[in-house]
Structure formats: structure tokens, C-alpha cells
Design a protein around this ligand. Sequence first.
Ligand SMILES: Nc1ncnc2c1ncn2[C@@H]1O[C@H](COP(=O)(O)OP(=O)(O)OP(=O)(O)O)[C@@H](O)[C@H]1O
Ligand SMILES: [Mg+2]
Length: 254
Amino acid sequence: MNEEIIKLEKLTKRYGYGDAESFALKDFDLTIKRGEFIMIMGPSGCGKTTLLNIIGLLDRATSGKYLLNDENVASISSAKQSRIRAKKIGFIFQNFNLIEDLPILENVALPLIYVGMPQSVRLRTASAALKRFHLGEKEYYYPYQLSGGQQQRAAIARAVVSNPEIILADEPTGNLDSRASYAVMDELKRIHEEGNTIVMVTHNPALTVYATRVINMLDGQIATDVKTVTDENLPQPIDVKVKKKKSRMKRRRH
Ligand SMILES: Nc1ncnc2c1ncn2[C@@H]1O[C@H](COP(=O)(O)OP(=O)(O)OP(=O)(O)O)[C@@H](O)[C@H]1O
Ligand SMILES: [Mg+2]
């Protein structure tokens, strides 16, 4: 159970050459299992955003291997990377990254364009996602008409609207006050409990209580890596739970 969903081997990201050479990531090894909620911490410039962008196929490593569901995605074309990203990965950013001149309903519906849904279905699906994040009343508001916490909840709705299995969040509470931060964390907790895999960067040690694993980075490498939940106790995806239940029922009948 809980198969390896992401495997990074000797991943290196180098900037510049010769005297100007520097490494954002250096021989970085990491295996992520389905259902983990990983928090990445570490000083500014240690490579956290670089790591997340490479995992999210927004950036490429200079060398090394990146297996996503057993497929080596490091060396495939950008077009293929975009297709995989649209299907499997949802992003949440510190500054929300909502499009200012679109109402939030249309913002949330955007990722569904890439999965090829007709417009009416896109808007219905986006509307349901906004309701899940308690923003049903605000569908036709523009981002500037929402508070920071509400904008981030809309951004979370956008990140999960196409049911990606991996959610990547780069300091999602960095621009929020404490109350809005915990509201956002509660939403992420809910998404995690549904069996999704989350990798989140944070500077706030208080938030690590939500994680099943905390990784501290230093100079493009892992300094410490602590699991607080055993693999058997990670949440299972809903479809796996249903299958398990069915097989249990079958066994009982025999
Ligand atoms: N385009 C670039 N050109 C050169 N160096 C870069 C580039 N992008 C990032 N770097 C360097 O890579 C290193 C890692 O950057 P990264 O943004 O991943 O850090 P971070 O851990 O996310 O920091 P922060 O906590 O401040 O967000 C830094 O030293 C940075 O200067
Ligand atoms: Mg960063």
C-alpha cells in the first residue's frame, strides 16, 4: 500500500558556470509515498522553491532522475510535462496568483480547460469546488474584493478542482494572519485526509503539526528528515479504501 509516487535521485540544479557556478539543489535524493503530507523548511535560498518547481514540472533539473508514478519525467518534452502537470499536480502559491480581471469562479475553472471539459461543465465543477471551500456566495467576486484568506481558499479550490493527486504549496500561509493561516491549513488537512499527497514549504514551525513528515533543507541538500506518522497510518485514497472494503466483504462471505 501507499506506493512511491515521486522518486528523486541525485537531482541537481546548477546556476551559472565556472566562478559563478552555484547549486540550488545538489545530489538531492527523496522518495515520496502516496498520502504523505511533507513540510519543507530551511533558511532563505536553501532551494525549497527550486525543489517544488522541479517536482511540479515548472522547472527542470540540470541532472539527475525524477520518477513520477514510475515514469522518468525529467527528460520528456515540455508539452508532455504540461499535460502531466495538468492531470496530476495542483499548485498553491504564497501570493495566490489569481488572475485579477477574472471572477473567482472563472479563476477556479481555468485548470479544467487543460483537461478538456466543455465550458458549462467547467463552471459547474468550479462552482462546486468553491462551495467546498465556503466561497459559494463569492463566485462572481473579483480577487481584489476578497480578503487574503478568501483569496487563498479560492486558490486552493483552483489547485484541487481537477482532482490532482499531488498538491504543491509554496509558503501558502506566508501572506496571511494567524487566523486565516489556520483556516487554510484546515482545508489542506481535509484534502490530505482524502488521500492526497501534499508537499508544502513553510517558514512557520508551528504548522508542522499538520505534517506526516518534516524535512529541513540546507544548501540544496536534506539536513534532517523526520517522519511523524508511520507509512501504514498514512491516509488511503478514497478509491483504494472502497476496494479494500469490498475485498474485506468478499473475504467475510467465504
Ligand atoms: N534564476 C536563477 N538564477 C540564478 N540563481 C538562482 C535562480 N533562481 C534561484 N537561484 C538561486 O538558487 C538558490 C535557491 O533558491 P530558492 O528560490 O529555491 O530558495 P528558497 O529556499 O525557496 O528561499 P526562500 O525561503 O527565500 O523562498 C538561491 O541561492 C537562489 O539565489
Ligand atoms: Mg522560496
